[in-house]
Design a protein around this ligand. Structure first.
Ligand SMILES: NC(=O)c1ccc[n+]([C@@H]2O[C@H](COP(=O)([O-])OP(=O)(O)OC[C@H]3O[C@@H](n4cnc5c(N)ncnc54)[C@H](OP(=O)(O)O)[C@@H]3O)[C@@H](O)[C@H]2O)c1
Length: 315
């Protein structure tokens, strides 16, 4: 039977992260009874606490948006931590949900789960069809493990509906802009802003700039997440969420440079790791589900730069 989750109890993990904070801040959050414990209130690495928290709060739907998340440098530096923590917290939340007979769950995965060198766009059934990109292998294995926990649970328990969303790269308000742990686009914003502030006429790009990436503005993704809650029962068990178009790394540098009004040049350091060549996800299932991205890349980048400048004005 289809349920309307309005005014029902929705637990979101990772409420202090980029996705979590934007989800909570969105106007549509007032349609739900949101429960968003901080890490201090609920450390997801501890199964017994997760289990008793879920049992006490009589939750109707869980959105699992917590994780150890980082850019290529952080993933290369600490693959063990990315594998172990994402597997552990995913396992704890999904198995505690099952134990407490929570019927509805949305698990957030990542487009890093796709094998490298696959035909583009990446269809959901390509997962586990080939070797993973080594620079994010630990993170990807953990995310595939949690997706599989969800699908096996669905298979063995017809009352439980545990679904997985695979978002492309996200960016926007509350992103991690730091150079040694953040993702590509917030990193570029930080680098170009610094070049402008310090009157530098050159910025160095890792690799030759030809690698392609797909980015979605986080507000767009939050709109999709609310749409998925509102249409939970029609949502496919595993579904990509993307904008349907990717750009080269050099394109992103150029777009950000233009938004900042920085007119310098780019140099390329081809000794640095660059990750997967292309990760554009297929939006075939998403379109059929009835959702489409609304923000242009320019609008998303301009809004993100505005936020970045505002939050750094006293630094
Ligand atoms: N950002 C992207 O580009 C992107 C793209 C695709 C998929 N995703 C997926 O989307 C989800 C959300 O990503 P995000 O960008 O919002 O990440 P984020 O900003 O790094 O936030 C991660 C959240 O998880 C929480 N967390 C981590 N370990 C925890 C633990 N042991 N106990 C309790 N909370 C814990 C963090 O809490 P603290 O603040 O206390 O650390 C934080 O609230 C993740 O599953 C990620 O894999 C993100």
């Amino acid at each position: 039977m289809n349920i309307n989750f309005r005014q029902k109890k929705v637990l979101i993990t990772g409420g202090s992260g980029m996705v979590g904070r934007n989800f909570i801040e969105n106007d549509r959050s007032k349609n739900y009874h949101l429960i968003a414990p901080t890490r201090n209130e609920l450390n997801l690495l501890e199964f017994d606490n997760v289990n008793s928290f879920i049992s006490k709060n009589k939750i109707d739907l869980i959105i699992h948006a917590a994780g150890r998340v980082g850019g290529i440098q952080a993933n290369i530096r600490e693959p063990l931590l990315f594998l172990q923590e994402n597997a552990e917290i995913g396992k704890n939340i999904v198995l505690a949900a099952k134990k407490q007979n929570i019927k509805h769950l949305i698990n957030l995965s990542t487009s890093c789960v796709y094998p490298k060198n696959m035909e583009i766009p990446l269809e959901e059934d390509l997962i586990l069809s080939g070797p993973l990109e080594p620079t994010n292998e630990g993170y990807a294995i953990a995310k595939i493990f949690v997706q599989k926990l969800c699908t096996y649970i669905n298979k063995e328990n017809i009352d439980l509906k545990y679904k997985t969303i695979i978002p492309c790269n996200l960016y926007g308000k509350y992103d991690d802009f730091s150079l040694n742990s953040g993702h590509l686009l917030p990193n570029i914003i930080n680098k170009i802003h610094n070049a402008k502030l310090n009157n530098k006429d050159k910025v160095i790009i890792w690799g030759n700039g030809s690698v392609r990436r797909e980015f979605m503005y986080v507000n767009d993704f939050i709109d999709c997440l609310y749409y998925s809650i509102e249409n939970f029962f029609e949502m496919p068990e595993v579904m990509n969420v993307g904008v349907g178009k990717d750009y080269s790394v050099l394109d992103y540098y150029k777009i950000v440079a233009k938004s900042f009004g920085w007119g310098g040049a780019f140099d390329f350091d081809i000794s640095k790791p660059i990750g997967q060549k292309q990760k554009l996800v297929s939006t075939r299932k998403l379109k059929k589900f009835g959702w489409k991205s609304k923000f242009s890349l320019k609008k998303g980048i301009d809004e993100t730069i505005k936020y970045y400048l505002e939050s750094n004005k006293n630094v």
